[in-house]
Design a protein around this ligand. Sequence first.
Ligand code: BES
Ligand code: MN
Ligand code: MN
Length: 465
Amino acid sequence: MPTFTDYIQKHKKRFLEELFSLIRIPSISADSAYTHHMEAAAKAVQAALKEVGCTHTELCATNGYPIVYGEKIVDPKLPTVLVYGHYDVQPPDPLDLWDNDPFDPVVKKTANHPEGAIFARGACDDKGQMFMHIKAMEVMEQNGGLPCNIKFMIEGEEEVGSDNLEDFVRANTKKLANDVILISDTGMLANDIPSITTGLRGLSYVEVELTGPNRDLHSGLYGGAVANPINILTQMIASLHDDDNHITIPGFYDKVAGLSREERDEMATIPFSLEAYQKALDIESVHGEEGYTTLERKSIRPTLDVNGIWGGYTGEGAKTVIASKAYAKISMRLVPNQKSDEITALFTKHFMSLAPKGVRVKVTPHHGGEAYVMHSDGLEFQAARKAYLETFGKAPLPMRDGGSIPIVALFEETLKSKTILMGFGLDSDAIHSPNEHFGVFNFLKGIETIPHFYHHFTQLFQENR
Ligand code: BES
Ligand code: MN
Ligand code: MN
């Protein structure tokens, strides 16, 4: 097997510079003011794919932002790896909480990244992680060639729900045919404790609107006599959890796949320091569902969280007013067997029933998606295990994660293939937050580990044919 380490060492400065160029394009999918940057980012990804040796690349138009496709088919008899990633990023705000321009990357040392980390929006989620795969292809091409076929599908709407990707995948099952899907868009435990994500949570996301009186009212003239939508909304939201922090929506837990005692015991062996966790977040104590550990609460249990709440007067000083309307955005993270549409319906029914007569309630569903679990005994996990053993000197721990990549469940349904989630980010990398960053070590380790995965997967695939 070729050694990739020397090549990466020799070219790492350029790899970083190339990533920085991609990061400098503010590809914010949620904000239509950035449309031209989205197109520029898609073109930059396409060019990068061409540069490293894809023999066919294209920008696939959708009803939204283009999907970048690239491939190199070495030999139809060899297995095919399909790489998925996204070139869109979350909006960077609040801007004043950043220590640098979010779209002008700088490298700084942190406690978890003594070798330096790249600070920028998208550094970890997902430009840095996605770009590792493009550079991994270069590493393979320049050191003996690809051991198998490769396809890339890099979308621009992951952060806004991947609506158009779903249609694209359903319409292109032949083009996307593969033997395994490889994604780096998750995390690992620590730089010296590699892990592989074996589960993602599903998502149901709704927006609620309460309307009381037909106009904003003087809170002295009307206060006490009419329902205040903000008061009511906060009461309704508060009632969605009981004193033990269980969710009170009838039927919410009916289909939740529980874990066996053995599975929970195994989870408890994952190295995790509650003290360090609390310290990193500046909190005195964790908070969550009674009867479950913190690791369980953030991965195998469903949750409900308000993501935003607004209404009334929030400007300077005081204004005595009862607002006509109050709003909130609410997300529910789901676990295997809970269906996103069903949960949205259960929420809607229950939430409407909570409202007193003096207010009207509107519930609007946003995007959703199903949870995903993979088994750690498949070929893809074995191949990844061997790769990590080589580059980290340690076997990766299987670990369920709390985030969502809804398209993964759809891949399994439509393309009938398994996904391996080789994430190299850390929880402390602040994805979606100000000062998002990605370790230089992680970036380079990813580029090094991925080619080993290709080699082992190809080998195992052929042995098991
Ligand atoms: N890369 C994340 C998901 C993630 C991060 C999973 C870390 C596990 C560990 C992805 O870009 C993301 O942010 N997903 C959204 C869902 C999407 C529908 C907007 C999420 O999880 O909130
Ligand atoms: Mn992501
Ligand atoms: Mn994200």
